[in-house]
Design a protein around this ligand. Structure first.
Ligand code: NAP
Length: 247
């Protein structure tokens, strides 16, 4: 094998891919942004922190003899994906996007799709909700700072942005259970849920709990992404990456 694989991570899929490649004997480096105080560390080598933009990332790829890059970052991590697209172009390194599918609305779901967090805040106000469950993550909470409704805010680490005047903070990183999500909705008498379309199983039980309870959900659409070959599945990404370093 020649060269190593760089995984741009911060997701369960990225950790799954690191494990698969590491076990297959492929040299792999996972990169984390450093946003989370105590991240779940993937198998293999890990580096933490920004690269300093696309040109610095291109330099890093050359210096570290990277043969292939898998962008397995979160669907809402826009800047690093744009940076990866530009840097791999500059350094002539093949790029694959590993992205879990988004959620799809089913029978009984009462979802309202919005384009971004500002639109989500307007949707909450228009709804007239009194008790809101905010699960859109720590970043971007400032969009909800002026909400009059009481908010249950769940995130991994404490937020550093302004928060709604009336709120309770719940620090938790999941994965979550249907039973636990049911309890939260009931105990806090939630009448509206706000989420990003993150996709995947780990955070999906809140949607099933909302459906059961007849609670409406404001769902933030994924941002547009740079053009790149993409797969949904860790095994497909592992096969692609192995082929790149074996070829
Ligand atoms: P972002 O806005 O796309 O990235 C901002 C900057 O952070 C990038 O320009 C880059 O800095 C650095 N960065 C981001 N991801 C990196 C990585 N994996 N390795 C090295 N540097 C990285 O990203 P974000 O939305 O803040 O997300 C940060 C990380 O958290 C990502 O790894 C993502 O997978 C994970 N995450 C994000 C969300 C979400 O909702 N956004 C949810 C769960 C997990 P430089 O320009 O200096 O290279």
């Amino acid at each position: 094998m020649s060269g190593r694989v760089l995984i741009l991570g911060g997701t369960a899929e990225a950790r799954g891919l690191a494990t698969a490649l590491h076990e297959a004997g492929v040299e792999v480096v996972s990169s984390l942004a450093g946003r989370v105080a105590r991240p779940r560390l993937p198998a293999g080598q890990v580096r933490i922190g920004g690269f300093g933009g696309p040109t610095a990332l291109a330099d890093w790829l050359r210096e570290h003899h990277v043969a292939a890059v898998v962008d397995a970052t979160h669907p809402f991590a826009r800047r690093i994906s744009a940076s990866a697209a530009q840097a791999t172009g500059e350094a002539a390194v093949p790029l694959l996007r590993l992205e879990r599918p988004g959620w799809t609305q089913g029978a009984g779901d009462r979802w309202r799709w919005v384009n971004d967090l500002d639109e989500a805040e307007r949707a909450v106000t228009e709804h007239g909700a009194r008790r809101v469950f905010l699960t859109s993550g720590r970043q971007g909470l400032a969009a909800f700072a002026d909400l009059g409704a009481w908010c249950l805010i769940r995130c991994v680490d404490p937020p550093d942005s302004p928060l709604p005047r009336r709120h309770e903070l719940l620090l938790d990183r999941g994965p979550y259970t249907l039973r636990g999500e049911r309890n939260l909705l009931r105990t806090h008498r939630i009448d509206l849920l706000v989420t990003k379309d993150s996709g995947g199983e780990h955070t999906a039980p809140k949607l099933a709990a909302a459906r059961e309870a007849g609670v409406e959900v404001v769902v933030v659409r994924r941002p547009p992404r740079p053009q790149a070959p993409a797969v949904n599945d860790v095994a497909d990404a592992a096969a692609w990456a192995t082929a790149q370093v074996s070829g």
